[in-house]
Design a protein around this ligand. Structure first.
Ligand code: PLP
Length: 426
């Protein structure tokens, strides 16, 4: 094995250091496997009860009327997430698009959007109009209010109560930390926040940005009161096989508005050809619980490895997981680049490329990304990225298999050692 890793570019010293870290993680990995087993059951049951058949995999073109495969896939998603309705479409281009559809479909001029748990994900700043952009919610007369988290990462309930007014139409909660170094929220924490908000205002709509959170726990935010959960198919629920797409699951009322926004008033969910992509969407969803388990093992391995070298890691090596993201504060641009170089070098695709920072649309600092992915930009595949700004944290995620995640992490450490930025303990 050591020889195989050596051929792949990992020195025996780094490999052995990794093995030592892994010895202590057996029980945690077992718990992750149990979770995957449970969630696999959830997905299987949904496919069986909805009588998924070979006919569901046929391609449709043009308007895509009477697309039974598309309709059934949406029923399967709704079953798994325990919602009345679901919109799952390749026409949703990415997570930001899904979130923009969900927000703009359910907010009208004069309404206010509230984020009670700190700032939203970078790309949503332009959607909302925190940073100016044509067609932002702000341009359409929708105001935005935010309540920051307490210094300990908790919810500031008194200020949230104050911020909910008769204008507040929709409350958005982001499960995963995104490019922030706050903790990600558990489903239980999100449930408590939703219950509080609905007590203050029973008819408020709560949307949860569920990106990176799917199948990490046995429950999803839709099980604890969210009216809509939203995510990307090139993250967890696509299982690495979906080549594009997004989903919005929630109440019939909210989701049907999303469908009218996505296509056109009057058309809604009835149009949208599947272009032959459904087999990948079904199969990816079927594999998603195990793929997420592999990614979680990678995140926990990375946390423990880098923590033992003295880096601040979020979450810590021993904390419970609520998403698949692992942040490692590397403290310098050079270390960020070396880390990303290692992830890239471990990839099945474009392993010979060197990641360089660029001005990625939607972000206000330069971003470096390592992703040798089969699907462009897919972050359920092994990837690492981060904005080049203090505290110079890389956000590591994914891995279609645990073994690939492990190699990537070992390679990242190898590159840091080679650059003289890390010294392994003797
Ligand atoms: C990735 C992500 C998004 C945006 O998704 P894209 O597919 O990159 O547009 C939004 N919110 C969170 C928390 C994310 O992780």
């Amino acid at each position: 094995m050591e020889q195989m890793y050596k051929s792949l570019g990992v020195s025996p010293q780094v490999y052995q250091f990794g093995e030592k870290t892994l010895e202590a993680l057996k029980e945690r990995f077992q718990a992750i496997d149990r979770m995957a087993e449970y969630n696999q059951g959830k997905v299987l049951l949904a496919m069986q009860e909805n009588k998924v058949s070979a006919a569901c995999f046929a391609a449709t073109t043009g308007y895509g009327y009477d697309d039974i495969g598309r309709e059934k896939l949406e029923k399967v998603y709704a079953h798994v997430f325990h919602t009345e309705a679901a919109l799952v479409r390749p026409q949703i281009t990415c997570g930001t698009h899904a979130l923009a559809v969900a927000l703009s479909a359910n907010l009208l001029p004069g309404d206010e959007l509230l984020s009670p748990a700190g700032g939203p994900y970078d790309t949503l700043e332009e959607v909302i109009g925190i940073r100016e952009s044509p067609c932002s919610l702000k341009e359409y007369g929708i105001s935005y209010r935010q309540v920051d988290l307490l210094p300990d990462g908790g919810f500031d309930y008194p200020r949230i109560r104050e911020a909910i007014t008769e204008k507040t139409k929709l409350i958005t909660i982001q499960r995963s930390k995104g490019y922030a170094t706050r903790p990600s929220f558990s489903v239980a924490q999100i449930g408590a926040l939703i219950a509080f908000c609905k007590e203050v205002k029973p008819d408020v709509i709560v949307m949860v940005d569920n990106c990176y959170g799917e199948f990490v726990e046995a429950r999803e935010p839709s099980d604890v009161g969210a009216d809509m959960i939203v995510g990307s198919l090139i993250k967890n629920p696509g299982g690495g096989l979906a080549p594009i797409g997004g989903y919005i699951c929630g109440t019939e009322k909210c989701v049907s508005r999303c469908a009218f926004r996505l296509s056109a008033p009057g058309l809604g969910q009835e149009v949208g050809a599947n272009l032959g992509l459904l087999p990948a969407l079904y199969q990816g969803f079927f594999l998603a619980p195990t793929v997420v388990a592999g990614a979680l093992k990678g995140a926990i391995f990375a946390a423990n490895l880098y923590e033992s070298l003295g880096y601040r890691v979020i979450p810590t090596g021993s904390e419970d997981r609520h998403d698949i993201i692992q942040a490692v504060e590397l403290g310098s641009p050079e270390a960020m680049l070396a880390f990303c170089e290692g992830i890239q070098a471990a990839a099945p695709v474009d392993s010979y490329a060197t990641p360089v920072p660029w001005d990625m649309p939607g972000y206000d600092a330069q971003v470096v990304m390592a992703a040798g992915a089969f699907v462009q930009g897919s972050s359920i595949e092994l990837s690492a990225d981060g904005p080049i700004r203090p505290p110079y944290a890389v956000y590591f995620q994914g891995g279609l298999t645990w073994y690939h995640a492990k190699l990537g992490i070992l390679m990242s450490l190898e590159k840091l050692v080679q650059a003289g930025l890390v010294q392994l303990p003797a």
